[in-house]
Design a protein around this ligand. Structure first.
Ligand code: ZN
Length: 417
């Protein structure tokens, strides 16, 4: 069937109100909105009444759909882009009523409302959109698929204006040699966990540094070794930097949007970039003060992406933490505090979430020191993963997870110190 564009009509609003009344009678505890072209005065369109139903959790979707079936919304389309889509008899075509079920606060939920409100507020843009629709109709020869493609390009352009959907970008640079010297020294001699086996595995010749007693002798040895290493491997480092950047770009947006939706918090607008510093030290610290972290230069790409995900997780995680615990002392975000331990458990738990695994397809690993800890019969990673799984699909699931996990880790503090 070919498309037609109808002018705006006041009847759209009346039709929506009628449907809303019917729906709210049988569905309690949800939000019902008029969205799409028929919801914007002055805008023409296919004449389909689009209704968004915001629910608290997709766990409730089945029972919601069942109730909507009773109202005649029997045609169920597969879930896509975070929404379940239902309509009445598809033969109705342009007189149809479409229902979009989304989770309150999700990306789809925010986008649908933002798009509508943007056009409601900007009459000129609504006019422009209306003219474009007529143009696309001609261009696509009224073919539904072609028309949809042209439309979605425009929609994406408008959605970019939504600042609450802002996400940062990871920029890759090379760490300085003095930075590397400093961190090698730290992980070899100063950190309370013994990282030297990981360092020596990647840099066997560095073991010699342990034969020196004095700090300045150690530093001199490291200086020479690291300087040389950088010179010899500059090409590889730069090549891998481009590779990391290129592969990361493919998943960055989806991953960052997922984190924001999961934790129910927006990325702060004043953090436009996260700096990834290519380093030859295989241990990758992160810095909450300026949102930067080290990326080891010679990971295979999956491991590199995993590390980048892990570090970026921390940045938004602590934003959430500060919101939940405004009085939290910044010091506790670093080792050896219990809050730091929890953040290091939470990052791989989040990365192992099946929605992230769709992007990464490789399980995240926990610190060996954490895997050695037993809480009852479970290891610490198992114990906290279970708390995550138990809560995450509930309303405010991430907050519930953090609260319970925090309570538990405090209770078992001795095991971590
Ligand atoms: Zn970490």
């Amino acid at each position: 069937m070919k498309l037609k564009i109808f002018p705006y009509s006041k009847k759209f609003e009346e039709k929506f109100k009628k449907e809303k009344k019917r729906i709210s009678k049988i569905l309690k505890d949800c939000e019902i909105y008029h969205i799409g072209s028929t919801a914007v005065s002055g805008l023409g369109g296919k004449g389909i009444i689009d209704i968004m139903i915001g629910i608290k959790s997709f766990k409730d979707a089945k029972s919601v759909i069942k109730k909507l079936n009773e109202l005649g919304f029997t045609h169920i389309h597969p879930k896509e882009k975070g929404r379940v889509f239902l309509s009445k008899d598809p033969k109705l075509f342009q007189k149809n009523v479409h229902i979009h079920i989304t989770k309150i606060g999700s990306k789809a939920y925010k986008e649908l409302l933002f798009f509508r409100d943007y056009l409601r507020k900007n009459k000129e843009e609504a006019k422009n959109y209306n003219n474009l629709k007529i143009k696309w109709l001609k261009e696509s020869n009224a073919d539904r698929k072609k028309y949809k493609n042209l439309k979605s390009k425009y929609i994406n352009k408008i959605l970019k204006k939504n600042e609450t959907m802002f996400i940062p970008k990871v920029k890759f640079t090379n760490a300085s040699v003095s930075y590397d010297i400093n961190w090698f020294y730290h992980f070899l001699f100063k950190h309370r966990w013994d990282w030297s086996k990981y360092v020596i595995k990647r840099h066997p010749k560095i073991e010699e540094v342990k034969s020196f007693e004095k700090e300045n002798e150690r530093v001199n040895f490291l200086k020479k070794y690291i300087n040389n290493f950088w010179k010899k491997n500059k090409v590889t480092i730069n090549k891998n930097k481009s590779k990391y950047q290129k592969e990361w770009r493919k998943i960055e947006k989806e991953f960052f949007e997922f984190l924001s939706e999961l934790m129910q918090i927006n990325w702060p607008k004043n953090r436009k970039t996260i700096k990834a510093m290519m380093s030859i030290c295989p241990i990758c610290p992160r810095f909450l003060n300026d949102w930067s972290f080290s990326a080891f230069y010679n990971f295979d790409i999956k491991n590199a992406l995993k590390v980048i995900m892990h570090e970026c997780c921390h940045f938004l995680y602590f934003e959430k933490w500060k919101k939940m615990y405004p009085k939290a002392d910044r010091k506790t975000f670093e080792t050896p505090h219990i809050e730091w331990h929890l953040s290091e458990l939470a990052a791989p738990i989040i990365i192992n979430d099946k929605r992230v695994q769709k992007l990464l397809k490789q399980k995240a690993s926990f610190y060996k020191e954490h895997s050695k800890i037993k809480i009852g019969k479970k290891t610490a990673p198992q114990f906290f993963t279970e708390i995550y799984n138990r809560n995450i699909n509930k309303e405010n699931g991430f907050e519930l997870f953090l609260k319970e996990a925090y309570k538990q880790i405090k209770k078992h503090k001795k095991l971590f110190t």
